[in-house]
Design a protein around this ligand. Structure first.
Ligand code: ATP
Ligand code: MG
Length: 356
């Protein structure tokens, strides 16, 4: 008997893959960092440590969380190459579900998804991405999921789908969505409750990796592990001095590392604001999504001071896109209206609790 096909929403960004799926009516999400290197790892000594060795077309790859030889995934071609296939499969295997046939909803950066000239779908890119993800991959001493169908969505904009539906905006409201990821800054202007997408913007040069690279260099200077993963974790947990003490070997350099990090975060904020102001001068609202959202929130709020509370840092900014795609595609028989009704009920519950 053919096993029931599972469906996963996968926001396969250049630095992290975010997976979202429904389990017993509940939405589950995980983040799987991209950190792969060539060749295989030897078997782990500890039984509870799994080694993930893969082969694609005879090429050997392994997942290596702290390797300083991790392969770069921060370029646009990543969307269509071995590493993307690897990253998606590795993420799926982290869900703990038994491998079987799956259908996927994945993402492409706005600038890859749409044609620059006319804002129409770039069917060639979409097809290229689909094909790439339907290729074979082998997990040494294990099983992988079999991808039977792939649907592609644009990054960023769908992340605010239910937030917008619930926000009582009118058909003239112009919402600016800013998505700051690992390597790209994507923006779009949504009119009304998704009545229209009036403009899109993508920049492959602005991203959290600017800060990551600075922190990596500073870490190397302090004789410490300077993999992307550790540097990213240090940025994410920048208020956590215990964690800093654990990963920075030369403690006398901790202050220097933080100084460099803060300066770079400020620079990043400035760059995002400059681009945003050029792109959308007077939006009615701004939504911030993507892993870098919290890093630039203050800068954006300051730049659009008149909007006040209408500059919104979306909850679970890094996961929002995967979660929204999951809800949206949860069940094809399930209409958008059902989903927003469901979310409205959830909000009512939250409000109710708040009133108590
Ligand atoms: N709360 C946080 N504070 C600071 N940085 C964070 C936080 N959460 C995630 N990040 C960092 O944000 C970066 C980008 O995360 P995200 O998953 O949005 O990128 P991506 O989708 O892989 O990149 P892109 O969209 O450019 O392809 C990562 O480097 C991650 O470590
Ligand atoms: Mg992203």
């Amino acid at each position: 008997m053919e096993m029931a096909k599972m469906k996963f929403a996968v926001d396969d960004g250049s630095t992290n893959v975010k997976v979202s799926w429904l389990e017993a009516g509940e939405i589950k999400t995980l983040v799987s960092p991209n950190s792969f290197r060539k060749d295989w790892k030897s078997a782990a000594l500890r039984k509870d440590k799994k080694v993930s060795n893969y082969a694609i077309d005879g090429m050997k790859y392994t997942y290596d969380a702290t390797s300083d030889k991790a392969l770069e995934t921060t370029h646009v071609d990543y969307q269509y190459d071995d590493l993307n296939l690897l990253a998606v499969h590795h993420a799926l295997l982290q869900t703990g579900k038994t491998p079987g046939p799956v259908t996927l909803v994945v993402t492409l950066p706005i600038t890859e998804y749409y044609q620059f000239e006319d804002c129409q779908k770039n069917e060639a890119n979409i097809e290229r991405k689909r094909r790439n993800l339907m290729r074979d991959i082998v997990l040494n001493k294990g099983e992988t999921f079999r991808v039977v169908d792939v649907e592609v969505m644009p990054e960023s904009l769908p992340a605010v789908l239910s937030t917008l539906m619930d926000s009582n905006c009118n058909e003239f409201t112009r919402s600016l969505v800013i998505d700051l990821g690992g390597t790209t800054l994507d923006m779009g202007v949504i009119v009304g409750e998704f009545d229209d997408v009036s403009a899109i913007y993508g920049n492959n040069e602005i991203g959290v990796s600017m800060v990551t690279n600075t922190v990596r260099k500073a870490l190397a200077f302090a004789d410490s592990d300077s993999s992307y993963l550790v540097a990213n974790e240090l940025i994410r947990r920048r208020g956590d001095s215990q964690f800093a003490g654990e990963v920075i070997n030369d403690e006398s350099q901790i202050a220097m590392i933080y100084e460099r990090m803060d300066a770079k975060i400020a620079e990043l904020g400035k760059q995002v604001v400059t681009e945003a102001k050029k792109f959308a001068k007077n939006p009615n609202r701004i939504y911030l999504v993507g892993g870098g959202a919290s890093l630039i929130y203050d800068a954006v709020k300051e730049a659009y001071a008149t909007l006040g509370e209408r500059v919104i840092l979306v909850e679970n900014a890094q996961l929002a896109l995967a979660q929204e795609m999951c809800l949206y595609h949860a069940d094809d028989a399930h209409s958008e209206a059902d989903i927003s009704a469901e979310l409205a009920t959830q909000d009512a519950i939250v409000e109710h609790e708040a009133n108590e």
